[in-house]
Write a protein that binds this ligand. Structure first.
Ligand SMILES: [Fe+2]
Length: 306
C-alpha cells in the first residue's frame, strides 16, 4: 500500500470526530471571558481549576485548566462506538504504546464513557479516545459567532518524520494534503473534513493553533472587528487557505496561544477519496490573499509532557 491518504488507514477502529482540546491557561479568570464572550463558546461547567466549554451538544469541546505554563494538555478524539475504543486500546497496546484507561472518577468528571489516553512519543502529545460523551439536552446556542464545531488542532514538532509516521500508521489518520517533509493535513477517517489535525516541522514541540469552524463568512469578518475593538491581537488574516479553501482569521488568546475561525472546508468521501496533493513550500500555500502572519503566529503554547 502506498503512503497516500486516499486509502483507508490500516487501523481496526473508526473515528467519529475531534472531540475536544484541553488547554492550560495561566489565569483562568482572564481566559474564560475570552473563550466565552469573545470567541463564543458556552460555559457548561466550572469545577476546581477547570472550565468546560462547548460549541455543540457535547458536554465539552474545550477544557481550560489553570496551570503555570500555557499550552496544549491533550486532544480528545471520539470514536464511533465503544467497540472501536476497545479495539483502539488493544491496537495501541499491541504496538507497545502503553495506553492507559482513565479511572472512573476522571471519566465521570469528563462525562464520558470508558476512555483511554496514549502519548505519541515523538511530538509528546497525549491523545484521548472514547466511544461516547454526554449529549446535553440544551442545544448549543451561538452568540457572537455561529460556531459549527471545533475544527482542528495543529501542532509543531521537532521530530516531523517520527510524528508523521506515528500519526499515519499508529493513529490511523488519513492524509489530505502535504508539504513534503514539512507539513501534513490529516483527517480522522471516516470523518469527511479535510483536516481535524495537522502537524508541521518546527524547532520544538508546541501548539500551533486551535480552530473553530463557523457557518458564515460574515462570522470571520465580524470577528476581525470584534477582536480588534477588544484589543485582541490579530495573528494572521483574514485570508484564504489554498489547501482547504477556507477563509480564515487567526488571533491570540490571553496567553498568546493562536486561535482560528475558519469558514468552509473540503469534505472527503469515505471511499474513493482523491489522492493527497503535494503543496509547494511557499507562503502562497498558506494564503492566497496576501496576508502576512505575525511573528508569534502559531508559536506559543507548549505541549505538556506530564
Ligand atoms: Fe487551521
Amino acid at each position: 500500500m502506498s503512503a497516500s491518504g486516499a486509502s483507508t488507514p490500516p487501523v481496526p477502529f473508526r473515528y467519529r470526530k475531534l472531540g475536544y482540546a484541553a488547554l492550560t491557561v495561566t489565569d483562568l479568570n482572564r481566559s474564560l471571558p475570552f473563550y466565552r464572550d469573545l470567541l463564543g463558546l458556552d460555559l457548561v461547567e466550572q469545577a476546581g481549576d477547570s472550565a468546560y466549554l462547548r460549541c455543540s451538544r457535547d458536554h465539552h469541546n474545550i477544557v481550560l485548566t489553570q496551570g503555570p505554563k500555557a499550552g496544549l494538555r491533550r486532544v480528545g478524539f471520539e470514536l464511533e462506538t465503544q467497540g472501536d475504543t476497545d479495539r483502539a486500546f488493544e491496537h495501541f497496546r499491541a504496538r507497545g504504546l502503553a495506553p492507559q484507561w482513565l479511572p472512573k472518577a476522571e471519566t465521570q468528571a469528563l462525562r464520558q464513557g470508558p476512555s483511554f489516553r496514549v502519548r505519541e512519543g515523538h511530538c509528546q502529545l497525549e491523545f484521548e479516545f472514547y466511544g461516547s460523551t454526554t449529549v446535553l439536552a440544551r442545544p448549543y446556542e451561538p452568540t457572537v459567532a455561529k460556531i459549527a464545531r471545533l475544527g482542528h488542532v495543529v501542532i509543531g514538532t521537532a521530530d516531523f518524520p517520527g510524528t508523521y509516521r506515528a500519526l499515519r500508521h499508529d493513529f490511523g489518520f488519513a492524509e489530505s494534503d502535504f508539504v513534503e517533509d514539512r507539513f501534513s493535513f490529516l483527517r480522522c477517517h471516516p470523518n469527511p473534513f479535510h483536516h481535524s489535525f495537522a502537524v508541521g516541522a518546527s524547532d520544538s514541540n508546541h501548539l500551533h493553533h486551535v480552530n473553530f469552524m463557523v457557518t458564515d463568512i460574515d462570522d470571520v469578518g465580524r470577528a476581525w472587528h470584534r477582536m480588534t475593538k477588544a484589543g485582541v491581537p490579530i495573528a494572521f488574516g483574514m485570508g484564504r487557505h489554498p489547501p482547504s479553501g477556507s477563509v480564515f482569521l487567526y488571533f491570540y488568546d490571553p496567553d498568546g496561544m493562536t486561535v482560528e475561525y475558519s469558514y468552509g472546508m473540503e469534505e472527503f468521501p469515505e471511499v474513493g477519496a482523491r489522492e493527497p496533493r503535494r503543496l509547494e513550500p511557499v507562503p502562497q500555500s498558506l494564503d492566497t490573499w496576501g496576508a502576512v502572519p505575525d511573528a508569534h503566529f502559531g508559536k506559543r503554547g507548549v505541549i505538556e509532557t506530564a
